[in-house]
Design a protein around this ligand. Structure first.
Ligand code: ASP
Length: 330
């Protein structure tokens, strides 16, 4: 969260700007404003939910040894993808209605380069395929069998399509009623989104998920979509989202959070305003959960959710800890 000092500085600046008009706000919080700052808190990494702790540990190893944010956000979320007991990220994820695990991921770096994969099956590390899309192709998003072929052509291994025992048990239970309704609890909305600021002052972000449990076959959520599930603007900040992707897609959620920071909002306020926008554009908002996380160029962070229960992990040179996010529907 922003310090009191920076809050006061910003409030004074904002009152002055209110007199001069909106275009000035963009100018005031542009590159020059951040890059000269000597009170930048870096490196720092934040990521969604409890599983963020283990992911942050891996990211922190890179960040604390002068590594770059892009490597940190890739290696960090790979830990979550590797964990087959995780029912919402990677190949251990809960399947769609037809019993297929389909994975979505995206990554973005400080140069604005980005890559994503969607509806990818039987590949262990969608985030690394996303990075390869970014680095080795002229494209941003590759999906389905094309994404799988691209992964196999580039040395990834085809994994079994069998569900893990836990996922299979849950799926069989679900089949008894086959009722589909996104639920506003944490179990079904556990994407890992991660954003980091490295010791060089550069931002990157990543996001990876098996998507909503029991979704329609072929459904893609916000997580692999640049600007929805995650967005980075190295002049301003970075943001990521978790929760019911359709509601986030409707407001280009992560992009909105970054743009609000560009206009002068603190990361926490930007996340809160994005949740308010989401409420105004999604009549079903009471039935779903969504959480946003943001980090600005100064290393200040913030989070906000629609409902109670969203938490996130933050690692910096004081340690790696979990925090509960504030929320709207009290
Ligand atoms: N955002 C993800 C999706 O809609 C779900 C999640 O956060 O767990 O696919």
């Amino acid at each position: 969260m922003g310090t009191r000092r920076s809050f006061i500085k910003k409030s004074t600046l904002l009152s002055a700007l209110a007199l001069t008009g909106l275009p000035e706000i963009t100018k005031a919080f542009s590159k020059e404003n951040f890059s000269g700052a000597d009170d930048v808190r870096k490196p720092v990494v934040i990521s969604t939910w409890n599983h963020g702790l283990a992911a942050n540990d891996a990211a922190w190893k890179i960040l604390s040894s002068n590594g770059v944010a892009l490597d940190a956000v890739e290696k960090g979320v790979m830990v979550t993808e590797d964990d087959l007991t995780n029912l919402s990220v990677g190949l251990g994820g809960l399947p769609d209605r037809d019993g297929n695990v389909t994975l979505d991921a995206c990554i973005m770096d400080e140069k604005g380069r980005c890559g994503g994969v969607a509806f990818l099956q039987r590949i262990k590390h969608p985030i690394s395929v996303a990075r390869m899309v970014m680095e080795k192709t002229p494209h941003v998003l590759i999906v389905g069998s094309g994404a799988q072929k691209f992964a196999l052509d580039n040395g990834f291994k085809l994994e079994s399509k069998k569900l893990t025992p836990e996922a299979e048990k849950a799926y069989k239970e679900w089949l008894k009623t086959s009722q589909y309704k996104p639920v506003a609890n944490i179990e079904n909305h556990d994407t890992i989104g991660m954003v980091a600021l490295d010791a060089h002052g550069n931002l990157s972000g990543s996001c990876t998920t098996s998507g909503l449990a029991y979704k329609m076959n072929g459904r893609v959520g916000d997580s692999p979509i640049i600007g929805a599930g995650m967005y980075v603007d190295n002049e301003i900040g970075a943001a990521c989202a978790t929760g019911v992707g359709e509601t986030v897609l409707r407001i280009c959620g992560s992009y909105l959070v970054v743009e609000l920071m560009r206009q002068g909002a603190s990361p926490a306020d930007a996340c809160k305003k994005a949740v308010e926008r989401l409420i105004s554009k999604n009549p079903n908002y009471k039935d779903v959960q969504v959480g946003f996380l943001a980090l600005n160029k100064k290393g200040e962070h913030g989070a906000y959710a629609l409902q109670k229960g969203f938490n996130y992990a933050l690692a910096d040179n004081t340690g790696n800890k979990l925090f509960d996010a504030d929320y709207s529907l009290k």
